[in-house]
Structures are given as structure tokens and as C-alpha cells.
Design a protein around this ligand. Structure first.
Ligand SMILES: Cc1cc2nc3c(=O)[nH]c(=O)nc-3n(C[C@H](O)[C@H](O)[C@H](O)COP(=O)(O)O)c2cc1C
Length: 561
């Protein structure tokens, strides 16, 4: 790590071509791009903030109309007023918002991740960091209205959640053996002015922080932890991303940012934190005693019930002089949490299939988002005529890369948009023969889901719904006619269209040149020529619906004999 004592930096002037280096610069860029809504009226953090932002996911808005919200007049159920504003939906309400955080276009997000993982940039240490302009320790943490109560922590699922929860977290822990730090986005419940309940998933493929905790438990030592709320999106996005264990995530964040991330020593624990963070909560996680945590509305779409989870004694809260508090909309998908994971996970799966397994013909990996939450159902899109053996290597590869992803994997051809579930079902209906094209294998772990029957195991269903032989064209007017009609539609001022694929007919391999002639003549008004020809080809002794080519091809054979 390099060293620099330049603790201050101008975050006001938005710069293009690199990701914003702190959260407030990110907000300024969102606002400049028309992606931020400021709410100045009083708003209750416990009962109103999350339900309000929720409406943009449940209210039928197209993804590109979702916005980041900044609440500047925050109150709570007990009548308190907070001078710290709350941002919700500002990290990933839509891919466009995430892309602003990456300083890139939406289409460049996948490549940016792969590049950052391949070319990490180590962080640089600074002193006097902005995130420690205010330091709260000791009695001030325990005062009845002090400590965590000073923070405007919203309730995510009012009516079900047991407490206000930190959701936009970056929980930094360190492997006590290797010294490598991990950063994960894990929820944390307010328990007291100086205590949090932290949930790090213990399932296979779960939280990196949990693996660290097991090592501290073996040593009988508390685990130092620093929970960052609000930082440069490049850093924040590494929290939910699945990176190899022992991968230095701060260096990957540097790779995303295109510059070293500025880090500083935490005040009370031996960890490095992002120097330009808004708020950092430092503490020690008990190695021995777990504490009931929850219920809390989970991203698998059900409420997680009360479980024993980690108990963190807060040792310090540090923040900027004028910080912004950040909260993420999670629970039922689509949500901010699922957008954030989707744009980061899909490129990793595609790279695995394409680069590591070398699957031929793989075009796209799409993780299904609404209600199913990405992990359970995935679609793979293939180029035409990809060998079946390659399709099946990819189906198995996608189902096995992560223990908790790929319970149902469906392969479709490249004329099907995997985001269009109707198109996928159309493929299942006409292109897959279940007895041959559906395979079910046993013994998948339950993964991320409600623990209604925690003793059970799950299984995997793989489906090849690609086109396996030529089929007749899709029965819609050919593209040129639909496009021409669209111009007329618009000229007539009819209601705005949002074309749903497929919106024009196209060839699927089973077609003869003579039918092109018929179709051309038909649109030129000379269909009688075709009638004259077919009159000459009339036959007797046939059952209606006998395919012409069966008869005429056979008679050609007979002629040859
Ligand atoms: C909003 C949000 C909340 C999350 N909450 C948790 C959580 O409470 N516990 C957990 O283990 N993972 C949670 N995750 C998923 C992890 O962040 C994700 O698995 C990530 O890869 C963990 O990083 P790690 O592999 O470094 O542990 C959450 C993700 C998001 C986006």
C-alpha cells in the first residue's frame, strides 16, 4: 500500500470518465443526470421512507423510470428529527443508476467487473480522513439518545421487521491467519445505542465474513468489524459481488475506480476503512454468544424469521461533518438489491462458461429477477446450431458454479430474448421434448430461501429448449411491413408503443424459395399468377392437409426411378 497524507480532496466537482470517489459525488452526478428526486417534506423513516420508494418497484414503472431518492427532512415514530439526510435507491434502483456509480455506460458494466478482477489496484493509506471528522466513542455511545440512535436508520419492511436495519453496509472483517480483508453487504439490526445484530450467512457460498468469524471463534477472540455506510459506489459494489475468498476486495474496487481507493486506519479496531466513507461503525463481534435477530424481510421474497446471529458491540461511530445515510431497498425482487447483484453476477457466469469452460455458442446469461431473486432460475442463450453437447456442458456449468445459484437452468436459442418469459415458455412449448430435454438431478443444497423445511435438500432441473431442427417462420408480418406500419401508427398519433419481442416474422430454417415468390407476388398484387401455377398442380386421391412437399418430392423421386 502506498502512503499519502492528503486527507482532503475536492469532491464537489463531478468528473467524467471515472467512477465517483465518494457517495455525495455520486448523488451529485445522479442529480445532474436527472436520476435523483429530492424529497424535502417531513418523512417518517420508520413507516414511510421504504414503502414510498417501494412503489417504484411495485407500481408498474418501467425500469428506466426508477429514481434515487434523497430525503432531507427525516423524522421517526418517536417524533425525533434527524439532521442527516437519507438516500434510498441511490446505488442501484436501475442499471442506469448503477452505471453512474461505475462512471460507465450500462453495456460496459460487465467488462468493467472482469477488468477490475483481472487488474486490481492496491489502496493508498491517508491520514485525517473525511470519514473521521466526527468521532463518537465511550459514554457518548451509551447515552439514551446517543450512539446508533443518532443515525436515521429506516425500517425496511414496516409491519414485519423487528427493528430499524442497516442495509447498505460494507462489513469489513479480516482473516486472522492470512490478514486479507473481506467486504460484504450484510444486514445489521439496531439492538441498543451501542449494539447491533449482524447476519452473516453460514450456508455454502454464503458470507466471507462468516468464515472469518469461525476462525476467531476457534481462537476464542472477538472479531473486529467495521461497517461502512455510504462510500464511493465502486467500493460499495464490491460488497454484494461474489469474489473468490481471500481476494483483496479493496484492490478490486481500485480496479473498478481506475485509481487506488483511499483508506485509513479505523479508530478503535485494527482494520482499514474507506477514507471517504460517509459513516463507519466500528466494533467487536462476540465469538461465543449469538443473539436472536429478525424477523426481517429477505430478498428471497419471504420474511426471514428470528434466528440466532452475531452480536456486535459498537466501539466507535465515525462520520463526515455532514454525512448522508444510505439505505438499500431489498425484500421482494425486483429491488435495488437484485439490480445490484444482477449486473454484477451475470458477467461472472458468462465469463465462467465462455472463458473457463470454453463453451461454444454461448451468447448470454440472464438471471430471472421478478420474485425469484436471480439465483434460482437462469436462462442461457445460444447461437443457432450450437451442438447439443455444448448446450449441456453450459447447463451443467451454470448450475454448478455456485452452490446457491442455478436450481432451474433453461437454454434457449438466440432468436429468443431470455428476458421475455413468454418467449421462453414459447420455446418450452414448441422446441423442447420434456422426456429428452429435461434432466433432474438430486442433492442440491437449499441455498437462499425460507427455512420452512431446513432438513430437506433441493434438486436441479436443466432444460434444453433450443431450436433443434428447422421450423417454419414465425407468423407475423415480415420486419419491413411492421416497420412501415409503425411509421403510420406514429403519424396517426395512436398510443405510444413499446414493442415486445417477437414483433415481426422471421425465417427459422424451414422455408422454400418458391414460397418467397408467392409472398412477393402477394404483396405486389399478382397473386393470380400463383393461382394459375397451383391450378396446374392439382392432384386427386389425397386427404386434406397432406403436405405438398411430401407428395411432390415423392413424385420427383418416382420420376427419377
Ligand atoms: C442489500 C443486500 C443485503 C444483503 N444482506 C445479506 C446478509 O444479511 N447476509 C449475508 O450473508 N449476505 C447478504 N447479502 C448478500 C451478500 O452481500 C453477498 O452474498 C456477497 O457476495 C457477500 O460478500 P462476501 O462473499 O464477501 O461475503 C446481501 C446483499 C445485498 C445487496
Amino acid at each position: 500500500m502506498n502512503d499519502s497524507s492528503a486527507g482532503k480532496r475536492d469532491t464537489k466537482a463531478p468528473q467524467r470518465g471515472r467512477p465517483p470517489l465518494d457517495f455525495q459525488e455520486h448523488l451529485a452526478r445522479l442529480e445532474a443526470n436527472g436520476l435523483l428526486v429530492r424529497i424535502e417534506r417531513p418523512i417518517n423513516k420508520d413507516t414511510e421512507i421504504h414503502p414510498l420508494v417501494r412503489w417504484q418497484f411495485q407500481g408498474g414503472l418501467p425500469e428506466d423510470e426508477r429514481r434515487a431518492f434523497l430525503f432531507t427532512n427525516v423524522t421517526d415514530a418517536a417524533g425525533r428529527r434527524y439532521d442527516i439526510p437519507v438516500a434510498v435507491g441511490a446505488l442501484a434502483s436501475s442499471p442506469a443508476i448503477y452505471a453512474v456509480g461505475m462512471g460507465r455506460r450500462v453495456e460496459e458494466i460487465g467488462a468493467a467487473w472482469l477488468n477490475a478482477i483481472a487488474h486490481p489496484i492496491p489502496p493508498v493509506a491517508v491520514s485525517n480522513p473525511p470519514c473521521q471528522e466526527v468521532v463518537i466513542t465511550g459514554d457518548e455511545l451509551r447515552r439514551p439518545e446517543g450512539g446508533l440512535k443518532r443515525l436515521p436508520v429506516p425500517i425496511s419492511t414496516p409491519g414485519f421487521d423487528a427493528a430499524p436495519y442497516l442495509t447498505a453496509t460494507l462489513c469489513i472483517t479480516r482473516d486472522p491467519d492470512s490478514g486479507v480483508a473481506n467486504m460484504g453487504t450484510y444486514r445489521a439490526a439496531l439492538k441498543a445505542t451501542d449494539r447491533l445484530g449482524v447476519r452473516m450467512s453460514s450456508r455454502v457460498g454464503g458470507a466471507g465474513g462468516y468464515l472469518h468469524w469461525k476462525k476467531y471463534r476457534a481462537r476464542k477472540e472477538p472479531m473486529p468489524c467495521a461497517i461502512v455506510i455510504g462510500c464511493g459506489p465502486a467500493v460499495a459494489f464490491t460488497g454484494p459481488q461474489k469474489l473468490e475468498i481471500d481476494h483483496d476486495e479493496m484492490a478490486v474496487a481500485g480496479g473498478l475506480a481506475g485509481a487506488p481507493i483511499r483508506v485509513a486506519k479505523a479508530v478503535t479496531v485494527d482494520l482499514n476503512v474507506p477514507a471517504d466513507a460517509e459513516i463507519v461503525i466500528e466494533g467487536l463481534i462476540d465469538w461465543e454468544l449469538l443473539e436472536p435477530e429478525g424477523p426481517f424481510g429477505e430478498s428471497h421474497g419471504h420474511v426471514a424469521l428470528e434466528d440466532f446471529n452475531m452480536s456486535m458491540q459498537v466501539t466507535a461511530i465515525t462520520h463526515k461533518r455532514a454525512p448522508v445515510f444510505v439505505s438499500i431497498v431489498s425484500q421482494v425482487t425486483p429491488s435495488e438489491s437484485s439490480v445490484m447483484k444482477k449486473v454484477a453476477y451475470e458477467p461472472l457466469f458468462l465469463a465462467h462458461l465462455r472463458e473457463e469452460l470454453g463453451v461454444r455458442g454461448i451468447r448470454r446469461v440472464h438471471m430471472h429477477e421478478p420474485l425469484t431473486n436471480l439465483r434460482k432460475v437462469m436462462f442461457l442463450q445460444f447461437a443457432a446450431a450450437t451442438p447439443r453437447t455444448e448446450v449441456w456442458r453450459a447447463l451443467n456449468g451454470a448450475a454448478n458454479l455456485r452452490a446457491d445459484c442455478g436450481k432451474v437452468v433453461v437454454a434457449v436459442s438466440d432468436d429468443i430474448d431470455p428476458e421475455n418469459v413468454h418467449g421462453v415458455l414459447w420455446s418450452l412449448a414448441y422446441r423442447a421434448n420434456p422426456i429428452e430435454d429435461v434432466h433432474i438431478s438430486p442433492y442440491r443444497s437449499l441455498g437462499h430461501g425460507p427455512k420452512t423445511d431446513a432438513s430437506a435438500t433441493d434438486s436441479t432441473m436443466l432444460i434444453d429448449a433450443t431450436l433443434k431442427h428447422p421450423m417454419p417462420p414465425l407468423a407475423l408480418p415480415a420486419r419491413e411491413f411492421m416497420e412501415r406500419a409503425r411509421v403510420i401508427w406514429d403519424e396517426l398519433g395512436l398510443p405510444r408503443l413499446s414493442p415486445q419481442p417477437p414483433w415481426h416474422g422471421y425465417d427459422l430454417g424451414d422455408w422454400a424459395a418458391v414460397w418467397d415468390d408467392y409472398a412477393r407476388r402477394a404483396v405486389e398484387g399478382s397473386w393470380e399468377t400463383t393461382g394459375t401455377e397451383t391450378f396446374a398442380r392439382r392432384r386427386r386421391g389425397l386427404t386434406p392437409e397432406t403436405p405438398v412437399r411430401d407428395v411432390e418430392d415423392r413424385s420427383k423421386d418416382l420420376d427419377l426411378d
